[in-house]
Design a protein around this ligand. Structure first.
Ligand SMILES: Nc1ncnc2c1ncn2[C@@H]1O[C@H](COP(=O)(O)OP(=O)(O)OP(=O)(O)O)[C@@H](O)[C@H]1O
Ligand SMILES: *[C@@H]1O[C@H](CO)[C@@H](O)[C@H](O)[C@H]1NC(C)=O
Length: 405
C-alpha cells in the first residue's frame, strides 16, 4: 500500500530515467516495425483468408486460387513490406518455386454497371478496345490484336465461353489491368527484364521471386577485400547489361524513375538481373508527359519525377523532355554513392580502395557530365558511355579471372 502511494513520488524523482525508458521503448517498437520484424505473417494470412472468401463466393478466379485455397499447395507465407505503396506484398512457396504476391489498389471502379437494376458488361469488342486504351494510356504503346486478346484472358490460350464465368473473368482482369506492374509483366514476358508473371487469383497476382543482391549490406561494410571488389564489379556489369536491354529491347527506352539497389533482384540459379519495383518504370514519352504536366516551377527540382529529372525554363514551365537517363542516375546513385556537395558520404558499389583513379574519373563524368551544381541533369555522351562500359568490363574480367569466384 505504502509502495503504491509512493509510486508517483518515485516516478517524479526519476522522471528523466522514465522519459528515457519510454523513449527507448518507443524507438525499439518503431524500429521493429520499420525493419519488418513486426510484419508478422499473420498479415499475409489475413490477405489469403480474405481472398479465399472471395474465391468461395465465386468472385475471385484465376490459376492460383485453387492451389491457395483448396489444395493448399501454396504455403510458407512470408510477409514483406506493408508500409510500401502496394496494398500487399508477401511471398510463398509453390512446389519448388517461390512466388511474390502483390495486390492491386483497392479503390477501382468495377467494369460492370447497372441499367434499371440489370447488370451490364461491355461486349468482347468493347473490352478489347478498353484494354488497348489502358495500355496506350499507361505506356503510350499500341498493342497488336493478338496481344490485346492475350491480355483479355486469364489463361492466354483459353477462351471462356460460359457467359457467367466470362463475366467473373472480366471483373478480375479489369482490376489487374489497372496495375502497372501486372501489365508490364504480362506484356513483356519474353524480354527478361521484368519479373515473370506466374499466375493470379482475384485482385492478386504473383510474380517470380528474385533474390536480393547478394550480401548487399556487406558492400557497405569495411570488408573491402579483392573478392568483394570482384563481386561488386560483376554486379556493375549486370546492371549495365540491364540498362542496355531497357534501352534497346523496346520501341522506346524505359526509364527507371525510382532507382535503388534494393529494386534490383537476381533470378535464382541464373545470372540474370531484373528490376523489381515496376511502378516507377515508364517509357520515355510517358515520363515526358508527366514532366510537362507540372503547371509551374520555380527551380529544376520542381520538374523532377523522382529520379527522372528535367529543367525549369525561364517561363516557369518545365521542359518538354526528361533531361537525364538511366546511366546517369545509376552512376550517381548506385556506382558513386550518396554524396553531399562533393564529398561521398556512403560509398557506392564501385567506390573502394581498389577503384582505379581513371574509373573514378569516368564515374564522376558519367554522374555529372557538365559539373553542375546541385542535382546533375545531363545525359553522359556516347564517348563517356563507351569508355565507362569498356573500363568496367575490362577491370571486371581482370579481377575475376585472377580470382575464381
Ligand atoms: N519479385 C520480387 N522478388 C523478391 N522480392 C520482392 C519482389 N517484389 C517485391 N519484393 C519485395 O517487396 C518489397 C516491396 O515490393 P514493391 O517494391 O513491389 O512494393 P512498393 O510498394 O513499390 O515498395 P517500395 O516502393 O517501398 O519499394 C520490395 O522492396 C522487395 O523487398
Ligand atoms: C507516343 O509515342 C509516339 C511514337 O513514339 C510519339 O510520337 C508520341 O508523341 C507519343 N505520345 C505521347 C502522348 O507521349
Amino acid at each position: 500500500m505504502i509502495l503504491v502511494r509512493r509510486i508517483p513520488g518515485i516516478l517524479y524523482t526519476h522522471k528523466f530515467t522514465l522519459y528515457s525508458a519510454v523513449l527507448i521503448l518507443f524507438t525499439c517498437v518503431y524500429l521493429l516495425f520499420k525493419l519488418n520484424v513486426f510484419c508478422v505473417n499473420l498479415q499475409a494470412w489475413s490477405h489469403v483468408t480474405k481472398l479465399c472468401n472471395l474465391y468461395e463466393s465465386g468472385l475471385a478466379v484465376g490459376s492460383l486460387c485453387a492451389p491457395l485455397c483448396v489444395t493448399k499447395d501454396i504455403h510458407s507465407l512470408t510477409c514483406h513490406s506493408f508500409e510500401a505503396s502496394k496494398e500487399a506484398v508477401f511471398s510463398a512457396e509453390w512446389h519448388d518455386t517461390r512466388l511474390v504476391f502483390k495486390s492491386v489498389p483497392r479503390d477501382i471502379q468495377a467494369i460492370h454497371w447497372f441499367d434499371n437494376g440489370i447488370v451490364k458488361y461491355p461486349t468482347e469488342k468493347e473490352f478489347l478496345q478498353t484494354i488497348r486504351a489502358i495500355v496506350k494510356n499507361k505506356f503510350n504503346l499500341t498493342v497488336a490484336y493478338d496481344t490485346a486478346i492475350r491480355l483479355s484472358r486469364l489463361k492466354p490460350s483459353y477462351e471462356e465461353k460460359n457467359t457467367f464465368k466470362r463475366r467473373r473473368e472480366m471483373d478480375n482482369l479489369w482490376l489487374l489491368l489497372q496495375d502497372n506492374e501486372y501489365v508490364l509483366s504480362a506484356l513483356f514476358t519474353d524480354k527478361d527484364v521484368f519479373p515473370q508473371l506466374l499466375g493470379t487469383c482475384g485482385p492478386y497476382f504473383a510474380v517470380e521471386y528474385l533474390e536480393p543482391i547478394p550480401a548487399m549490406s556487406s558492400f557497405l561494410t569495411l570488408n573491402d577485400n579483392i573478392e568483394n571488389w570482384g563481386k561488386r564489379l560483376k554486379l556493375a556489369v549486370q546492371i549495365l547489361n540491364l540498362l542496355d536491354k531497357l534501352e534497346t529491347k523496346f520501341r522506346e527506352p524505359f526509364h527507371l524513375c525510382d532507382l535503388k539497389l534494393e529494386h534490383f533482384g537476381l533470378v535464382k540459379n541464373q545470372n540474370t538481373l531484373k528490376f523489381i519495383d515496376l511502378d516507377g518504370v515508364l517509357p520515355k514519352s510517358v515520363v515526358n508527359t508527366i514532366i510537362k504536366e507540372v503547371e509551374y516551377c520555380k527551380s529544376d527540382n520542381d520538374c523532377d519525377f523522382i529520379d527522372c529529372r528535367s529543367r525549369c525554363d525561364t517561363n516557369s514551365k518545365c521542359s518538354n523532355f526528361v533531361a537525364n537517363d538511366n546511366l546517369q542516375i545509376v552512376c550517381e546513385k548506385i556506382f558513386l554513392g550518396w554524396r553531399m556537395a562533393n564529398t561521398i558520404l556512403v560509398p557506392g558499389l564501385l567506390i573502394s580502395q581498389h577503384t582505379p583513379s581513371e574509373l573514378a574519373t569516368l564515374l564522376r563524368q558519367c554522374a555529372n557530365p557538365e559539373s553542375e551544381q546541385g542535382k546533375p541533369r545531363t545525359v553522359p555522351d556516347s564517348e563517356i558511355k563507351t569508355r565507362l562500359y569498356s573500363a568496367i568490363s575490362q577491370i571486371e574480367q581482370t579481377v575475376n579471372n585472377n580470382f575464381v569466384l
